[in-house]
Design a protein around this ligand. Structure first.
Ligand code: GRF
Length: 211
């Protein structure tokens, strides 16, 4: 059984989607801990309510990004995870940190990468007149929001959408694709070659790579 540590900064709805999938028997992993860089993150209480160890490690307690990332890595390693899942973790990570977890560090981003890296993706998709928007789960590499893509889900952009309505439509899909990506990782179904993820699924199941 693969061991997972989840990093959050706030609400934690993607974290909760992973926890619920695990509880429903759909994810053959153990969620060892949830760690937040924000002590006030609502997701910490949600994790505890599900009986999961929840740790606050406020980045403000550290003088530098390097010092915080070193402390974060030390805390993560206490749980010996096979996989570290960023779920709304709003911190840029140092290259040293990313390299330490290479191949076992994944993130969910609310856009169809490589479009709209960074913040405010829903506003920017609307401003660009995009007709499709969505979410991406990817392996993390030192360049922000650029790692090998595991799975994506697309949603239509509707004429009367606001960033909030569009974001809600995307979030619903995030909760579908993140557990699926973790399930594939847990079953050793992801192979990365030359920056491309090959998802090893039997026959017709391949269609779900675009959810
Ligand atoms: C999600 O939209 C995720 O894609 C992005 O930050 C948001 C976090 O939401 N990285 P939640 O904390 O999982 O509810």
């Amino acid at each position: 059984m693969k061991r997972v540590v989840i990093l959050i900064s706030g609400r934690g709805s993607n974290m909760e989607a992973l926890i619920r999938a695990q509880e429903a028997g759909e994810l053959p992993v153990t969620i060892q801990a949830v760690i937040s860089n924000q002590g006030a993150a609502a997701g910490l209480a949600t994790a505890r309510a599900h009986g999961i160890e929840a740790v606050a490690l406020p980045h403000r307690d550290f003088a530098t990004r390097e010092a915080f990332d070193a402390a974060l890595a030390q805390k993560i390693d206490e749980f010996s995870p096979d996989l570290v899942a960023l779920a709304g973790f709003l911190r840029v990570l140092t290259a040293d940190f990313v390299r330490r977890y290479e191949g076992r560090l994944i993130n969910i981003h609310p856009s169809l990468l490589p479009a709209f890296t960074g913040l405010h993706t829903h506003e920017r998709a609307l401003e660009a007149g995009a007709k499709l928007h969505g979410a991406t789960v990817h392996f993390v590499t030192p360049e922000l929001d650029h790692g090998p893509i595991i799975i994506q889900a697309a949603v239509p952009v509707l004429a009367d959408d606001t960033p909030e309505t569009l974001g809600a439509r995307v979030l619903e899909q995030e909760h579908v694709i993140y557990p699926r990506a973790v399930r594939w990782f847990a079953a050793n179904q992801l192979q990365v070659r030359d920056g491309i993820v090959k998802v090893e699924l039997p026959g017709a199941e391949q269609l779900v790579v675009a959810a």
